[in-house]
Every structure is written in C-alpha cells, then in structure tokens.
Design a protein around this ligand. Structure first.
Ligand code: SF4
Length: 431
C-alpha cells in the first residue's frame, strides 16, 4: 500500500488532528513513513495564524515536492481552508482539502491518485460537526493533545481563525470520561486539553469548561491534565481554584494577554481589561505561588505608540508571570485590523518583539530561581542514551533534566529542583 508522510504546522489542535488523520490512514491500509525519499504521498496540515505561518507552509510544500522526488502533495488545515485557490495554483500542489474534508482524505485519495487534474475539496463552513481528535504519536507516549473544543466566534479584529475554523463546537460532555480512560489505557500520562477557544467549551448549553475541570478533579483517570490556553475573560474563581488546588490539574496556565494597554485591547476587540487580568494573576499566585503562568503578546498592532508599548512592558514587568510567547503583528486578509490606519513600521514591530523576548528570558530565569529547593511531580518524556539524561516537565511546566543511567518508566516521580543549567534547563534529582 502507498506510503504517506505527514507534516504538521501550527497549534496543538492541528497536532491532534494530524495524529488522528495518521490513524485513519493506517486503518485504510496506508503506511506511514518519516522519510521524504520513501513517500508517495505527502500531506501537510497548515496554519495561517500569521504571515510567517503562511510562508512556512509554502516553504514546506516546496520542500515536500523536491525531497520526495515528485510525490503527490495534499494540503489541508486552516491555510488551505482560507486560500484554496492560491495553494492550488502552486505547481507543487496536487490536492487541497478544507476543514470539513480533512478526515475524508483516506477515502478521497483513492480516486485523486489516479487523476492528473488538481483537486480542490473545500466546502463552506456551515453545519460543522465536532471532529474528535487526539495526538497519538508523541515518541515518549507520555503526553497527548486532546481536542475537546473547536472554532471561535469572538472575532478579535486581528484574527483570521474564525474564518478558517468556523463557529464554536465541543465534544459531548457524556463522552469525556470514556475518552479520558481510553487515552489513559493507551499509556499516556498527561492529557493537554486543547481547543481553538478552549474556555468556551459548551456541551449543549448544559456543561461548561468548569464542569470539565470538576469531572477531572473528582475522578481518578490515572493521568494529569494540562490546560493548553484560556482567554482572560473566561478565568473565574472556580477555574483558579481547580488550577491551584486540584491534584489532577497541572499548575500551569497559558493566557493570551496580547497587550497591556487598554486602548489597544479595545481596538483588538478583546473582552477584558489589563486591570482585570492583573487581579486574577495576583489571586492565582497568592493561592499557589508555584503556578507557572505564560502569556501571549502581540507587538506592533496598528496605533500602538511607544507609550502604549511601554505600558505593556511595565504591565508585564510587574506581573508574576514566568514566560512570554511574543508575536509580531502581521496583517491578515479579511480582518478589520488589516484596514486600520496608523500602522507601525515593521522595523519597530520587530524591535518591540525583541525587547519583550528579553523580558521573557529574565522572567523565566527568575521563576526558575524561585523554584530551587522545591519538590514537584515530574513526568518523563525523551531519554538521551548518549548523555544519560532523562528530560521531562513538572506539573508547573519546569523543563527538567535528570541524570539517570536508564530511561525512567512512563509514570509520575517526585523530583527536587537543584540548579539551572547553562541551556536554561533545570537540573533535578529524584526524591
Ligand atoms: S479568541 Fe480571538 S484570537 Fe482567539 S481564536 Fe477567537 S478570534 Fe482568534
């Protein structure tokens, strides 16, 4: 049967979907290969969150055709949904699949491989069902990304994702216990709850994200759960309590702040003020100072003056957060912000990104230093036979290495945080 190479670009939801597609291809008799040279078909799951993501996807398509010596190249995912014509015009592309069609690929491939014409299978985003997906190909088989929510209708002015992913939808609540057990039985020990706007989980207007956390906190599924990301407006007392106190929920929150300036947040049509998030973060840290909090920030949004940027810088500097993911604003087609006046020159956007990246490094170091001497729950991931080092993460997302002459079992360990290595990894020892 034909050999397929899969390439994933983008977020945790994409990763989960690529893994599920892999399973569906195998069920249909295709063989998965890691090597371009073996591949007769290359499928690329794309992302369109920024201009950089778009160009990464186009580069991946060109590379796939070149290194596979002319294999059939199919493109799916968000970029494919929004730019099907453009992608179909690339000489390297044989087929384009939309969000609705991605899991039909194993069936569609049969006839497409026989035809010489390009195929565009992209339908409109109406009456979307929830497509279940979780990653199953983490080499260490310790952590799995489980999609429980898809889509978003917030319409933030810079974001193109609602056009690519459609309206919010969620996996039915009643199915969750069985799925959690199934994933645990497969040997995974950490489930990263994933979604496009995860906190908007809503099962038939009866069960919300807090209910998912309640289910997890009240039952032992043999795994720990990590929240991939939550919008600031959706953080509430119950969620804070679960993250700070539940044994089964990782002490880690990733929050898309985007800006510390209320003027910019308003222009972005975000649904919170910086003061509100400030209060919530202080409340989390006062209950449990070990919780790791990361923020997404966008630099150079239209109308962001030096003063606005300074406000963002000072805001983050004063917040007890542990790291930042910094994105340089780029105009996305069909979004309101693309037509906003007072654009910030690209050079300044990038300078601001670099300044925040430096702030992120010092925040991470300060967080790591504050953890020395503490004891945390550790889950092993990759093992390096050459260096005799076991890598993995603690519940509060400390990136640790442990000197060990053997690979540790796929299970939870208590470790003591000892020191910070030159590569900014934490050296820990088993307790
Ligand atoms: S919350 Fe805003 S930024 Fe996030 S996916 Fe929805 S529209 Fe995009």
């Amino acid at each position: 049967m034909q050999k397929v190479k899969l390439i994933n670009i983008g977020c945790k939801v994409n990763f989960a979907e690529t893994s599920t597609l892999k399973t569906k291809l195998e069920e249909k008799g295709f063989t998965i290969t890691e090597k371009f040279s073996d591949a007769e078909i290359v499928l690329i799951n794309t992302c369109t969150v920024t201009n950089n993501a778009d160009s990464d996807c186009r580069a991946a398509i060109r590379r796939a055709k070149r290194e596979s010596n002319g294999a059939f190249v199919g493109v799916l995912g968000c970029y494919a949904q929004l730019n099907s014509e453009k992608l179909a015009n690339m000489p390297e592309v044989n087929a384009v699949y939309g969000i609705k069609e991605k899991f039909q690929i194993p069936e569609l491939l049969g006839s497409q491989l026989r035809e010489s014409n390009k195929s565009i299978e992209v339908s409109e985003l109406i009456s979307l069902n929830f497509d279940f997906a979780y990653s199953a190909d983490n080499l260490a088989r310790s952590r799995c990304f489980l999609k429980i929510q898809d889509g978003c209708d917030y319409r933030c002015t810079y974001c193109t994702i609602p056009n690519a992913r459609g309206n919010p939808r969620s996996i039915p609540f009643e199915q969750l216990p069985e799925i959690f057990r199934e994933v645990s039985d497969k040997g995974f020990r950490e489930i990263v709850l994933s979604g496009i706007n995860l906190g908007e989980y809503n099962s038939k207007n009866m069960y919300y994200f807090e209910d998912v956390l309640h289910l997890i906190a009240e039952n032992d599924f043999g795994v720990r759960f990590r929240i991939s990301s939550i919008e600031p407006n959706l953080i509430n007392k119950k969620i804070i309590d679960y993250v700070c106190n539940s044994q089964s929920i990782c002490k880690h929150l990733h929050i898309p702040l985007q800006s510390g300036s209320n003027k910019i947040l308003k222009l972005m049509k975000r649904r919170y003020t910086s003061e509100r998030l400030f209060k919530d973060i202080l409340s989390i840290k006062s209950i449990n100072p070990d919780v790791c909090i990361g923020l997404d920030v966008i630099t150079g949004f239209p109308n962001e003056t030096d003063q606005d940027f300074q406000q963002t810088y000072k805001f983050i500097e004063n917040l007890p957060v542990s790291y930042l993911h910094v994105f340089t604003y780029s105009e996305r087609r069909n979004t309101p912000a693309a037509d906003f006046p007072n654009k910030v020159p690209m050079k300044i956007r990038k300078e601001r990104t670099n300044i925040l990246k430096q702030l992120s490094n010092s925040k991470l170091l300060a967080f790591y230093r504050g953890q020395i001497g503490k004891i945390h729950e550790f889950l092993p991931e990759k093992y390096s036979e050459n260096e005799k080092i076991q890598f993995g993460h603690t519940s509060n997302y400390l990136n640790c290495k442990i000197i060990s002459d053997r690979k540790l079992e796929n299970s939870f360990y208590l470790v003591q945080i000892n020191e910070i290595d030159t590569d900014n990894k934490i050296i820990a020892t088993l307790k």
